[in-house]
Design a protein around this ligand. Sequence first.
Ligand SMILES: [Zn+2]
Length: 486
Amino acid sequence: MSRRLIVWLLVACPFPASGAAQASAYDIVIRNGRVIDPESGLDAVRSVGIRNGKITAVSRAALSGRTVIDARGLVVAPGFIDLHAHGQNDENYRVMAQDGVTTGLELEVGVGDVPAFYAERAGKALINYGASASHIRARMAVLKDGGVALGTFLPLDSAGHKVATNAELAEMRRQVERGLAAGGLGVGMGLEYTPAATRHETLEMFRAAAQYHAPVFVHTRATGLYEPGSSIESYLEVIGASAVTGAPVHIVHLNSTSMPATPLTLALVKEARGRGFDVTAEAYPYSAGMTELSSPLLDKFANGPDSMFAKLMLVSTGERLTRASFAASRTPGSVVILFLNTPEMEALAVSSPLTAIASDGLLVNGKGHPRTAGTSARVLGHYVRETGQLSLKEAIRKLALMPAQRLERIAPMFRNKGRIKVGADADITIFDPATVADQSTYQQPALPSVGFRHVLVNGVPVVADGVLKEGVYPGRGARGPIRVEH
Ligand SMILES: [Zn+2]
């Protein structure tokens, strides 16, 4: 046996003979926690040894390390991966870390300048981050949308309402491909925000993604709230584009793009998967959504019945709208909460084995939707502990493993995330299953969750004994392979 192999065994052997021999082997040891790994099915008391940002032991024996975290009575889970996190700054990362999230990804809307996105966060991020190449941003840039100058997040005018010429479409595709070549984690689309994008344009974006074996993350074209059946037609548009081009498709927030049709869209996704198509979906555990009031998504409200306006809450003031205040408030960038779904449809989407959990979160100066700060805790507190609609292992699968599996073909680094196993990144969430709970509300959306005792990102504690650490930035860019442009 070579000396090298002996050293490797000492470090990596999952069942070491003696704790004493391990005295200096680990930077951190998480001792005696209930370790749940949804991939292997492990659910047992173990100690986890961490070295150089990686898990190097998962052991029945009590390991020793320079730092020991006593996890007795706590659950030790892989860090949660949020596929749908619009808030990509410190304000958002802080509440996400306190909700057990170790990787937050902007995949639905995506970003226009992929290299700049990663460069701006390098060495300055509390948690891991990443983004897709954005169809919406390319459309806003190429069609000179008024929102670009005004700094809106979503289209304001031409990107929503103008049909692109062939030359404009070619330029959009070129911009999206440039983002993929720079390591973007897929293509982000929001067809309800770009209703003038034709079915041909959708196909072109899927073709771009397919060239890079990249998934398309898509907010589908219509919710079914206005025209019965439109959500099904919208799902068929993107599943069809995926089938024709070979690019995988991930349908974001299935709950909010299905609403009353949730049983039907879930059946559709299941059927497509059963036929071998690479179709995945996600949901967030709330019955209300949030978006920019100025975006094309709200156009149909203007012609709708009076009763609908009271379902909208202006984020800046908390007031419910009327037809008159709706019109007056539709200024660029103003944000609204939409109370449109039912708890029954929410529960169906969240508890389905087909959906990953993703927050769709965004806080700006403490204002926004409670999902940013509370999504994981609401799943673990409400759906697991209070109602039993999800088992603990299934919830952790939906919060950690499924998102990693969605990304691991485009970005092999995700094979080492979403799991507690030797060799995995030490992104770890340790929580008390008896007390974990969301605190954020529609009135106070930035209140951090409780019950997450320790959260580690790449082996560095970002939450310790329930307290957020200051001045640590262990987050790394999560990206696909960077290709040379040609
Ligand atoms: Zn969306």
